[in-house]
Design a protein around this ligand. Structure first.
Ligand code: NDP
Length: 451
C-alpha cells in the first residue's frame, strides 16, 4: 500500500488537468484533483467556447446583409444581448456538467477548493492535508492588465462574457488574439468599437501579410482601429469612461476592455517555497515530458507558457499521464502547432511566418494569393481572402500556411496534417482541388513570388 493518499494529485481542473487526471486514472492511478473555480477551466468557462459562440452570434449581422445579394429580403432584425448570454450560459452549464461527469466516471476525486504546497509531497486543499506521490500543476493563466491610473474601471475577457448589457461604445486595448476577436464580436453585435493598439499592425508575431489583411478587413467592417496609440489613464465621467491617450487627446466610451496578455496563474501555490524553478512572470520551467526541476512534480498548459492553446494543454496532459502512469514515454513536440484567431474574417495558420522562415530556413519560396471569395461576387461585400504558402527551397517541404478569410481555421486544421508530416510542394501540386472552394487555391498556386 502506497504511503501517499494519491498516486497523482492535480491542481486545476481545466483542459490540461482534467485530461491528465482521466488518463492517469484509466492507467490505474488513484487520482485527486482540486479546482476553486468551475470545472472546465478557461477554455470552457470563459475562453474559447463562449468566445466562439459570441463570434457566431456577431456574424449574423453580416449574413443578414449578404443575404440581400442572393434574393432574400430579411426585413428588420433585432438583437438581444441578454438572450444571447442566457443561451451561452446554458451551453457552458451543460459542458461544465460533462466535465464533472467525466471526472467522476473516471474515478477521480474532485475537491472544489484551492490547493497549495506545504512541501513537495504535501498539499493543503481547503481544510484538508493531502499527500501525493506525483503532483501536476495545471492552474492555467489569468488576464494581465498594466497598472495605469483608473485601471479599476476596466474589464477583461473574463467579465466581457457576463456584461448585463451590450456596451454602446467600447474601447478594446491590445492587438493580440483576444483584442481582435472581441473587436469583431462587439462590432458585429452593434457596439461602436475602438481598438487601441500600441504597435503599427495588429497580431504581432503573425505573418506580415496576415497582419496587414486583418487590420484592413476589420476596419472595413467598422472597427475604429487606432494604431500606435497608448492609454495614459482612465477616469469615470457622468457619460461613461474617458481615456486619456498619449498624444493628449481623449476618447469617451461606455466600457473599456483590456486584452493585454495573460500570465501564468501561480498565486498562492507556494512554488518558490518548495524550490520549484519559476521564471519571469511566473512561468514554470519544464522539460519535454512536462517535468519540473522537482522530479515528481509536473506542469502542463498555460502555467508553463510554452504554446498557450487549449489543444496543446490537452496534448501535454495526456502525454504526461501516458509517460508517468501508462509506461509509454511521450515527449511533447511543439513544432507546427496550428492555431486560429477568430477575428472577422478569421485567421488560420501553421508554421513560421515569412519573416521567421527567412531567419530559420534561409532560402524560401513564397506563394501568395489574394482574391475576392466567390460568395461576395453576389453579396457585394468588399472582403478579401489571403492564402499563403511558405516552402523551404532546399527540401521543397511546405513549412507554413497562412490564411485570412472565411473558414480559415477549418481549412488550416486539415492542411496542418500535411505540413506536420513534412509533405513537399510537389505533393500539394499533385493533389486535385475541390471546385469551387477557396481552399483549392492551396493546391493550385504554381508561381512563387519574385524577390
Ligand atoms: P496576446 O499576447 O495575443 O496579445 C497581447 C496584446 O496586448 C498585444 O497586442 C500586446 O502588444 C498588448 N500589450 C501588452 N502589454 C501591453 C501594455 N502594457 N500596454 C498596451 N498593450 C499591451 O494576448 P491576449 O490577451 O490577446 O491572449 C492571451 C493568450 O491567450 C494568447 O497569446 C493565446 O495564446 C491565447 N488565446 C488564444 C486564442 C485562440 O487560439 N484563438 C484566443 C484567445 C486567446 P505587443 O504586440 O506590442 O506586445
Amino acid at each position: 500500500m502506497s504511503q501517499f493518499d494519491y498516486d497523482l494529485f492535480v491542481l486545476g481542473a481545466g483542459s490540461g488537468g482534467v485530461r491528465a487526471a482521466r488518463i492517469a486514472a484509466a492507467h490505474g492511478a488513484r487520482v485527486g484533483i482540486c479546482e476553486y473555480s468551475r470545472v472546465g477551466g478557461t477554455c470552457v468557462i470563459r475562453g474559447c467556447v463562449p468566445k466562439k459562440l459570441l463570434v457566431y452570434a456577431a456574424h449574423f449581422a453580416e449574413d443578414f446583409e449578404d443575404a440581400r445579394g442572393f434574393g432574400w429580403d430579411v426585413g428588420p432584425v433585432r438583437f438581444s444581448w441578454p438572450d444571447l448570454i442566457r443561451a451561452k450560459d446554458r451551453e457552458i452549464d451543460r459542458l461544465n456538467q460533462i466535465y464533472l461527469s467525466l471526472l467522476s466516471n473516471s474515478g477521480v476525486t474532485l475537491y472544489p477548493q484551492r490547493g497549495s504546497f506545504i512541501d513537495p509531497h504535501r498539499l493543503q486543499v481547503g481544510d484538508e492535508l493531502i499527500t501525493a506521490e506525483h503532483i501536476l500543476i495545471a492552474t492555467g493563466g489569468y488576464p494581465w492588465v498594466p497598472d495605469i491610473p483608473g485601471v479599476e474601471h476596466v474589464i477583461t475577457s473574463d467579465e466581457a462574457f457576463d456584461l448585463p448589457e451590450l456596451p454602446r461604445r467600447v474601447a478594446i486595448v491590445g492587438g493580440g488574439f483576444i483584442a481582435c476577436e472581441f473587436a469583431g464580436i462587439f462590432n458585429g453585435l452593434g457596439s461602436e468599437v475602438f481598438q487601441l493598439y500600441r504597435g503599427d499592425a495588429v497580431l504581432r508575431g503573425f505573418d506580415h501579410d496576415v497582419r496587414r489583411v486583418v487590420g484592413a478587413e476589420i476596419q472595413k467592417k467598422g472597427v475604429r482601429l487606432m494604431l500606435e496609440t497608448e492609454v495614459e489613464s482612465i477616469r469615470k465621467t457622468q457619460q461613461g469612461l474617458e481615456l486619456l491617450l498619449h498624444d493628449g487627446s481623449t476618447l469617451e466610451v461606455d466600457q473599456v476592455m483590456y486584452a493585454t496578455g495573460r500570465e501564468p496563474n501561480i498565486w498562492g501555490l507556494n512554488l518558490k517555497e518548495i524550490g520549484l524553478d519559476v521564471r519571469l512572470r511566473g512561468r514554470i520551467v519544464v522539460n519535454d515530458f512536462s517535468q519540473t526541476n522537482i522530479k515528481h512534480i509536473y506542469a502542463v498548459g498555460d502555467v508553463t507558457s510554452r504554446v498557450n492553446l487549449t489543444p496543446v494543454a490537452i496534448y501535454e496532459g495526456h502525454a504526461f499521464a501516458d509517460t508517468v502512469f501508462g509506461g509509454t514515454a511521450r515527449p511533447v513536440n511543439h513544432e507546427f502547432v496550428p492555431s486560429a484567431v477568430f477575428s472577422q474574417p478569421p485567421v488560420g495558420t501553421v508554421g513560421p511566418s515569412e519573416e521567421e522562415a527567412r531567419i530559420h530556413y534561409g532560402a524560401i519560396d513564397v506563394y501568395r494569393s489574394e482574391f475576392k471569395p466567390m460568395k461576395h461576387t453576389l453579396s457585394g461585400r468588399d472582403e478579401k481572402t489571403l492564402m499563403k504558402l511558405i516552402v523551404d527551397r532546399e527540401s521543397q517541404k511546405v513549412i507554413g500556411i497562412h490564411i485570412v478569410g472565411a473558414d480559415a481555421p477549418e481549412i488550416v486544421q486539415g492542411f496542418a496534417v500535411a505540413v506536420k508530416s513534412g509533405l513537399t510542394k510537389e505533393r500539394f501540386d499533385c493533389t486535385i482541388g475541390i471546385h469551387p472552394t477557396a481552399a483549392e487555391e492551396l493546391v493550385t498556386m504554381r508561381s512563387p513570388e519574385q524577390g
